[in-house]
Design a protein around this ligand. Sequence first.
Ligand SMILES: [Ca+2]
Ligand SMILES: [Ca+2]
Length: 294
Amino acid sequence: MGRLPSEFCSKRYIPISNFTWRTIGDAAGIQVSLRDASEQVVYSKSISAPATGGWETYAPLNIGNDIEITETGLYTLRIESVGADGYWQWNADSYTLIKTADEEVEVLGSLTLDDASKYLSTSYTVGESIAVTANYHAGTNHTVTGAQGGVKFFLREMKADWSAVVSDVLAYDPSATGQESGTASANLSLTGLTPSADLPDGNFYFLYAVFDSTDGTTYKIGGVQPISIVAAAEPVIGDLDGDGILSQEDMSLFRATLGSSQGDDNYNTAADLDNDGSITRNDYRLFAIAYRNQ
Ligand SMILES: [Ca+2]
Ligand SMILES: [Ca+2]
């Protein structure tokens, strides 16, 4: 022994610390830390080493078997040279510990929304859509099957007492099929849906998703509810620039279209308030009434 700790530890693949050694009896102790310090063991293995013939002459020598550590903790490995004279030993001055394998951690299948609170805190508008994302894992060495079309998303109108599904909006991410894990996303269309506030009998909207794994299990998110869906804003009559309010800008736009008919460059359907195909004095009268009455 007699090497400095930094040399002793160089190019190690396993983090080691608390190097101790002694030159009489030639022994070294090192600690190997695996994630937390809860256990300590001593590894013992004896082999015969050939003499290398001098103080600083090295010859590689493979101890020849693995030290298997499968529990987290702090371990002490003691490496000791023992020779015939029991005093100075010229071998085993340099050691290398090589990590040969990671412990295989089996991951169980799962399906979770990316952020459940996001869906609960957003008001969605009829006619638009919900962009929904979920993280899936089919379990170690398993994949998502095509049975559900990949990851399948539901917006369910549920009875107030959960006794039945009234209706479903469905969307799929087929790209998950055949994958072990990943992120799935889809858009749930809200076209034609009833706003939450107008659902009968306390019914509510429930966001839900599933996929089937080759392990034979159907994985489901813990669904979230109630999803808030609100009615689209009523169009404002005469709002030609579409900003939701009737203002001087709309008046200017109206004047620019006055006198035009369908097919003309300056014809504007939104200004044709009586829908007769031309922007006339009658449209202007209706526009003026809307403007005054807002
Ligand atoms: Ca406007
Ligand atoms: Ca008209």
